[in-house]
Design a protein around this ligand. Structure first.
Ligand code: MG
Length: 379
């Protein structure tokens, strides 16, 4: 149909009679450019995260975390993702690179077929959870950008309902612990790493400097007997501790259930728990779960985990690895519907590539930015 006849038929005859420039503008409004029939293009590169302080846990210490940064491009729009690989997960830059190289995402012409795409990614090879998460996170960023909305809005979550995030203090010398407590002062909840001989000394230092701030304790499988675990839970309960995370070896199911029955504090699963089917298995063993995108293979499954855990009357904690603001902000989109947040991984690194969610007055704060809510920093 002739352009002017078409516009006249649409009741826009007066406007159609205007100059060619105006005509073009009108056509753009009533006839948006058709979406290009593009393809999903995946690219990635290794990126070593440099930690601000050495990270000491019950089982190891480190100053860097291997990471792979991912981009997913569709019709000129780029979604960002990442895989972070702390040693205990068993993935590496080599394994993630190999996994991502084996994917053929160009077979998908519609990026909104998220279930098809991520089912394909999950079925390419078992495990590789951080590698899978990197694609999932980039896809969510891309789709949110294509829809022009952040994910917490797409899911219908109220950003006012985010909890405060904890700030982590690792296992260290008294001098370093005191320095880190000073750093932690803006936060409303402190997470303390435990599992060595100086557990009580660390808590006593923190309590001397910050008598009232609620604590969470992460033992990282460090306690060696169930009796010691129970004694510590009672001791911690008298010191305003909210919960204890992964007290025993991840294979100690009966011992953990024994502790849970007797402990005055909730017991949260971290290393023992990876993906969606684990939740049903741990009902009655743990009071709650710590969801991390690098374990859950990303947001798509993490979102289902939150729903299932709450349906089973289990607590949900949202955690992270040492990651850039990309993956941390991705997880933060779920923050309005979880019980506890431990989203400080981006604050622990010195070379973040992104800005994203912020912590304001201790609270996880989401911003109205399409996609995950991140921006690439100029460097
Ligand atoms: Mg943990």
């Amino acid at each position: 149909m002739d352009r002017r006849k078409f516009l006249a038929g649409a009741g826009l005859g007066i406007l159609a009679a205007a100059s060619p420039i105006s005509l073009s503008a009108i056509e753009n409004v009533i006839q948006p450019k058709p979406r290009k029939s593009g393809r999903l293009n995946l690219s990635f590169f290794p990126y070593e995260l440099k930690l601000r302080h050495a990270f000491n846990l019950a089982r190891y210490s480190r100053t860097t975390t291997p990471d792979v940064q991912v981009q997913l491009e569709y019709d000129g729009v780029i979604g960002y993702g990442e895989a972070s690989m702390p040693p205990y997960l068993g993935e590496s830059i080599e394994s993630v690179t190999k996994f991502l190289s084996s994917l053929d995402l160009t077979q998908f012409s519609d990026p909104f077929c998220i279930d098809d795409i991520l089912t394909y990614v999950d079925n390419v090879a078992p495990n590789n959870r951080a590698a899978k998460a990197s694609v999932d996170i980039a896809l969510h960023d891309l789709l949110g950008k294509l829809m022009g909305q952040p994910w917490y809005k797409i899911w219908g979550y109220n950003p006012e309902k985010t909890p405060c995030t904890s700030f982590t203090i690792g296992i260290d010398t008294e001098e370093v612990v005191r320095k880190k407590v000073e750093e932690a002062r803006p936060y409303k909840v402190i997470k303390v790493k435990m599992g060595l001989d100086n557990d009580r000394e660390t808590i006593n230092i923190i309590r001397e400097m910050m008598p009232d701030v609620p604590l969470c304790v992460d033992v990282n499988q460090g306690w060696k007997t169930k009796e010691h675990g129970l004694e510590m839970c009672h001791w911690l309960a008298e010191r305003n501790c909210l919960f204890v995370e992964q007290p025993f070896d991840k294979t100690w199911i009966d011992e953990t259930a024994w502790l849970r029955e007797r402990s005055p504090l909730p017991i949260i699963a971290d290393e023992a728990f990876q993906r969606l089917p684990d939740i049903v298995r741990f009902k009655g063993v743990y009071d709650g779960i710590n969801i991390k995108l690098m374990k859950s293979t990303g947001l798509y499954e993490a979102h289902k985990m939150v729903t299932l855990a709450h349906a089973l009357d289990m607590k949900v904690m949202l955690g992270c690895m040492t990651e850039t603001s990309c993956a941390v902000t991705a997880a933060a989109n779920l923050a309005p519907v979880v019980d506890y947040c431990d989203l400080d991984g981006n604050l622990l690194i010195a070379n973040d590539r992104f800005s994203g969610m912020t912590v304001e007055n201790g609270k996880v704060t989401l911003h109205d930015v399409p996609g995950l809510g991140i921006k690439l920093l100029d460097k």
